[in-house]
Design a protein around this ligand. Structure first.
Ligand code: AMP
Length: 198
């Protein structure tokens, strides 16, 4: 089993759903940077500078890379201390982040232990899926505002994540799965990558 699963995909592509299934079956630590940021937002004792950087999240924009590294590496280190595996859910959303996380795994001598998966859905499906999430009561607090959704598509849509996809493709460690398929079909494909020995 791979020790780290890196899930890449536009908002609404099913990263959270697939992460939950892996966690239930294999007990990975769930490192969702969106969840970590929302937790930080509620933490009145957190570093004010870090909390200030959350303004971008509220408008659907990306927050500063450095804040992501602080939160994600802290969570990864805690997970590895418990000898667990980890799922990085939405933690890689810029090319700089892709490079930084890749370097982290090289430095930790873990390149053979990571599985990078892109859940692909077309941009046209993003707002529809985000709205469906709200209707199901699973939406993010800001999912309902049209301008926020537009910002998310502009900053986190397929054009925006293309350089990340290319980066991992060039490293020959990317599995692309059609995320419009049935949840179970996607999950079984994901498992092929997760269970690969090398
Ligand atoms: P999510 O719950 O994963 O959709 O994330 C909610 C929001 O958190 C996003 O719209 C971004 O503003 C912010 N965010 C989450 N992960 C990242 C990341 N890796 N880089 C920058 N911003 C992020």
């Amino acid at each position: 089993m791979k020790k780290v699963v890196i899930l890449i995909g536009v908002p609404g592509s099913g990263k959270g759903t697939q992460a939950q299934k892996l966690i239930q079956e294999y007990g990975y630590c769930h490192i969702s940077t969106g969840d970590l940021l929302r937790k930080l937002e509620k933490d009145m004792h957190a570093d004010p500078v870090e909390r200030q950087q959350l303004q971008d999240m509220k408008s659907g924009k990306l927050v500063a890379d450095e804040l992501i590294y602080t939160l994600a590496f802290r969570a990864l280190d805690a997970c590895f201390t418990k000898e667990g595996g980890a799922i990085l859910d939405g933690a890689v959303r810029t090319l700089a982040q892709a490079e930084r996380f890749y370097t982290y795994f090289v430095e930790h001598n873990m390149l053979n232990e990571i599985c990078v998966v892109e859940l692909y859905i077309p941009d046209e499906s993003i707002s529809q899926r985000i709205r469906a999430r709200v209707a199901d009561g699973e939406g993010r607090p800001d999912d309902v505002r049209p301008e926020v959704i537009q910002n998310r598509i502009a900053q986190q849509g397929n054009m925006a994540i293309a350089p990340i996809v290319s980066f991992f493709k060039e490293k020959d460690i990317l599995l692309r799965i059609d995320g419009t398929q049935d949840i179970e079909v996607v999950y079984n494909k994901l498992l092929e990558c997760v269970k690969k020995d090398t």
